[in-house]
Design a protein around this ligand. Structure first.
Ligand code: HEM
Length: 243
């Protein structure tokens, strides 16, 4: 068999694919969180940032396709490895070994699926802005771009109005909670797959994975919670006038 094909079909190859694509996706979600935290600054800050991303044109599509490829490969390798594990023990365990597995590792599959469902909703909500959310497209604000005043999508108000719905905010917080649990186990397994989780580093890496995930959860959950508690509010004068 060709070496590259052998790599893709072997168990270790798929684990490496999971680790590498997982790392890419972690990089994205942390970068995305840092971008979103700009909601706590003046609205012009996040509106300019979103305008910058949207004006990347083909560059933005290249990044989107790269992330989509990473996500597809990540899910594909997870499904393949699950099938292989099932084949290796077709009768299942005689008793429930999962008692010894951590809560995070037992929830990897379904937390992954719920995060995927969240992602579809999230894209319809804030990126494609369809159905009840197409009204966001009419919300614009002025920013200063290269010395000129231009009208852009008012992402600040879009996020505030989006999270003023307790149900939507609750869905975000639950999904982010699951994603954080998924990350805590994923980061540790990533080190294991590439052979870095030696006995010497095990506890330190597991604690670092939990710390990253907890910080990730707090950072993200603060966004909808701050809107719900009224700490972040609409600042667009034309929207305030129409409310
Ligand atoms: C409180 C949490 C989050 C907030 C406030 C948030 C906010 C946003 C906003 C405002 C956009 C649209 C940007 C624009 O079109 O200008 C966006 C896009 C996106 N978000 Fe999130 N997001 C959150 C969590 C997440 C999570 C957990 C994921 C991944 C699992 C995620 C993945 C994405 C993706 C893939 C896009 C599309 C980027 C693109 O291709 O344009 N987001 N998010």
């Amino acid at each position: 068999m060709h070496k590259a094909t052998h790599f893709f079909t072997s168990s270790i190859g798929k684990k490496v694919i999971m680790a590498v694509t997982g790392l890419i996706l972690i990089g994205f979600v942390i970068g995305h969180l840092i971008g979103n935290l700009q909601i706590f600054a003046a609205p012009e800050v996040i509106n300019s940032y979103a305008h910058f991303l949207q004006s990347m044109g083909p560059g933005l599509w290249a990044v989107r396709l790269f992330l989509l490829a990473a996500l597809v490969l990540h899910v594909w390798a997870a499904v393949q490895l699950t099938i292989e594990n099932r084949k290796a023990r077709p009768r299942g365990y005689d008793y429930d070994h999962t008692i010894q597995a951590s809560y995070a590792s037992r929830t990897m599959r379904w937390s992954g699926f719920i995060v995927l469902a969240f992602l579809l909703f999230h894209l319809a909500h804030f990126t494609v802005r369809i159905g009840p959310y197409d009204k966001y497209n009419e919300m614009t604000a002025t920013i200063t771009h290269q010395g000129q005043q231009i009208e852009v999508l008012d992402v600040h108000s879009m996020m505030v109005i989006g999270f003023q719905s307790p149900l939507v905010s609750l869905f975000y917080i639950v999904a982010i909670g699951l994603l954080s649990i998924h990350l805590s186990h994923g980061i540790a397994s990533m080190f294991q797959s590439v052979g870095l989780l030696t006995n010497r580093w095990r506890n330190g890496l597991a604690n670092a994975a939990i710390a990253i995930s907890v910080l990730y959860f707090i950072g993200n959950a603060l966004i909808p919670l701050s809107v719900l508690f009224g700490w972040v509010d609409i600042q667009n004068p034309s929207l305030i006038a129409s409310l």
